[in-house]
Design a protein around this ligand. Sequence first.
Ligand SMILES: [Zn+2]
Length: 428
Amino acid sequence: MPDVFADLVGQAEAVAELRRAAGAAAAVLAAGAVDRAPALVAVGPSSEAAPEAAPEAGDTEPGVLDPSSGMTHAWIFTGPPGSGRSVAARAFAAALQCAYGTGCGECPGCHTTMGGTNADVRMVVPEGLSIGVGEMRALVLRAASTPSGGRWQVVVIEDADRLTEAAGNALLKAIEEPPPRTVFLLCAPSTHPDDISVTIRSRCRVVPLRQPPATAVAEVLVRRDGIAPDVAQWAASAAQGHVGRARRLARDPEARKRREAVLAVPRRLTGVGAAFDAASALIEAAEAEAEASVAEADTAERAALETALGAGGTGRGAAGAIRGAAGQLKELEKRQKSRATRAQRDALDRALVDLAGFYRDALTMALRAPVDPVHTDTAALAGAGAQKWDAEGSLRRLEAVLACRAAIEANVKPRIAVEAMMLALWKG
Ligand SMILES: [Zn+2]
């Protein structure tokens, strides 16, 4: 297994910072200081300035770290989708559990963390639209326990922007007074107050990730996934820096077909009726894609729960068990419905990003900007659009797509937002 940071594409600065922090964290453990809390100085509210110099070992405040050494209890990884926020968080978690260095990739700590089996690393991946307060309280409670591996309790919260307000408050309490060996790693698109509360943000150190350049993404697809260089280059460009999406486009013919259907939208918009048809097609395609992506997990979960509940039992107590089972099945269905909704929105959002790329190409061509097109395979079509619409018309269309994304994010019904967008794209 290579170094744990190997898959973090095009993020040299962030990796250097995380390695420094992991080294500092290891030094704390080596000094045995953390057992006499507080181990680390939490980042203070509304200030990132370093407190006074750390006292020497054996002082009245043993183990207080100089924060300039690079380790703190709470971190936020920010960056556009696909930039590798959760990849960075997981790699950092591994580096914290690494027995020999700062993420060697070889030791049991690295291996178990990267494989998702380390008992002291919890990855919270919200399946629904939000992370609730119950889930967060349970998590905070477990995170306070002593790490069984003798190093750190690490909690990774992917999509921390989906925390409910109550869940955010529960998390804030834990971050304000962190247990000595607990580290929280949050992932969010940005530190905008819409994504993460100001109070949580003020307690965290921020690690900004950038959109990796297409060449770096292509290089990883070739090296790690064995994809042919020309396919890798095309996929990396079409995915606009989204590593996971690029891999899917390179490998999955269904994903390519869906993308082609989306990119066929601009030339189909020949009238009002066609605009509504295009809206329906886009929504239905997103629904179908989402259904396919969750169907397998749904069936497996239901079967597992039914087995656990002993479905079909006839012995004494079976009636009571069935009543309890009904409640649990209902709970499961609720969770699955929420996950399906999320999957639908994600699928639709991917389609809108592709579409935005097309109009962005038209705009840059109209402006004769010296940049490569996002979608090389529809470049000719975008060029024709650029001639017909000019820069202004291209920009209006690009803005219509972005407005649709924003509206859906703000909970406008997807069909309504997409219909409005298609009409705007047709009218220009
Ligand atoms: Zn290691």
